[in-house]
Ligand binder design. Structure first.
Ligand SMILES: [Zn+2]
Length: 426
């Protein structure tokens, strides 16, 4: 990677990121952030195809740029440019398989290339469903419809920030680059409890920013990141070991950042009742769904968390008895019922394998067991039938290539100075 330093003013991205993190992950911790000069993998001056847009010569037409309004149809727009309804209907027919005119959505931009004479007859109508793609409706003699893509330049940039309280209002005002914040949270979802982000935490990231004609469009993927949480540094490097595996994030030692769930919430376990949509309930004496897996074990056997997470419930109810519910990330939640004793409190951050309670028969249970329940995206599923992240480390012949990725990323990341003032550190 050939990284050259250049000056930049991408404060908005960074500020937005913080605004987003604050709003979503913590109500009280505020952040200050600093954008470092952009690093670039390409020459700074991008070739501009002068006088061309959407592959059409600008100086041959009168060009009108507008935004589609609510309840505005193509026929409404084009009638102002000398195109009759019959033509629009024929065009709509031709467009069906390329990009239906019914999909033109309010709020998106369009451009009309019309004749320079006094009739202002539309020659081309261009619709942009997003900043990259466009659809050309060629209105000349034989109507034609085709799609195109604008030229996207990708630059590798850095971003850093410290959790603070002083810039909160400024950050909030700037809006949010949600995509980048979500990506960062996603990368560390198994490692860091983002609900527990606190003052003094900081991060540095190396990411791809996409540009069209020098204007930033969507933030691309994060290549590497360091996140310091409660004084501990967590690293992430994107790497694809080989073509048979999908690329993913690994820490500096090459361990996958995604963690698989433990097979069971007990070290030595025996399944006494499996997840089923219909079973005869031994206590209630009737057929009903059993949306959990029961593991029988003697009272007092330690129950362990099957993955890192945060305690979102720890209490007693008549049916569940003593139970604990863990939220692992945006996707997975687990619950452990009928404990004789609970060992954790709501809000506590739990590591995979940590003891959260002890087997018992509180609530609706015939004998000592733990009923293990599993949610994926809010739906109860059978964890024994789920495919989880692989969590295979980088190894063998891939290590050299991986270390190269780590080294070049670290050169950049370590060059970013994080300044934590006295009052920012907790
Ligand atoms: Zn059960």
């Amino acid at each position: 990677m050939n990284l050259k330093a250049s000056t930049s003013r991408r404060n908005i991205i960074l500020i937005s990121l913080f605004g987003f993190l604050i709003l979503f992950f913590t109500a009280r911790a505020f952040m200050a952030a600093k954008k470092k000069p952009a690093e670039t993998t390409e020459p700074k001056d991008m070739p501009v195809s002068a006088g061309m847009k959407f592959g059409l010569p600008l100086d041959s037409f009168e060009v009108v740029e507008e935004t589609i309004e609510r309840n505005e149809f193509l026929s409404d727009i084009l009638s102002a440019y000398n195109i009759d309804n019959a033509t629009v209907l024929r065009l709509a027919e031709k467009a069906k398989d390329v990009f239906s005119v019914r999909n033109l959505a309010a709020g998106n931009p369009y451009t009309v290339f019309c004749s320079k004479d006094s009739s202002h007859t539309a020659r081309y109508f261009i619709y942009q469903p997003n900043p990259v793609d466009y659809v050309v409706y060629d209105l000349r003699d034989t109507l034609n419809v085709y799609k195109g893509k604008r030229k996207v330049t990708v630059k590798t940039q850095t971003l850093s920030g410290v959790i603070n309280s002083s810039l909160y209002e400024t950050l909030e005002k700037e809006g949010a680059d949600a995509a980048l914040a979500v990506k960062l949270a996603h990368i560390f979802a198994w490692t860091i409890d983002f609900y527990g982000i606190q003052k003094g935490d900081w991060f540095k990231i190396l990411y791809e920013q996409r540009y069209i004609k020098g204007e930033p469009v969507e933030a691309g993927s994060i290549q590497s990141a360091v996140f310091s949480h409660k004084g501990e540094q967590y690293t992430a490097y994107y790497f694809q070991p080989d073509s048979t595996r999908e690329g993913e994030y690994f820490n500096e030692e090459g361990k996958s950042l995604r963690k698989a769930f433990l097979k069971a919430p007990l070290k030595f376990s025996r399944i006494s009742s499996r997840f089923t949509l219909k079973r005869f309930h031994p206590v209630q004496k009737r057929w009903k769904a059993h949306l959990g897996t029961d593991y029988a074990a003697p009272t007092g056997t330690p129950i362990i968390a099957t993955a890192n997470g945060t305690v979102i419930e720890s209490r007693y109810t008549r049916f569940n008895g003593n139970y604990v519910k863990l939220k692992h990330n945006g996707t997975y939640t687990t619950q452990y019922l009928h404990m004789s004793k609970r060992a954790v409190k709501v809000g506590q951050h739990i590591s995979q394998g940590q003891v959260i309670g002890y087997v018992g028969s509180t609530g609706l249970a015939t004998g000592p067991h733990v009923c293990y329940r599993f949610w994926k995206n809010g739906r109860q599923v059978d964890p024994l039938r789920e495919k989880f992240p692989s969590a295979i480390p980088v190894s063998g012949e891939n290590l050299a290539a991986f270390n190269q990725v780590v080294d070049s990323a670290n050169k950049v990341l370590k060059g970013i100075n994080i300044q934590i003032s006295e009052n920012q550190a907790k």
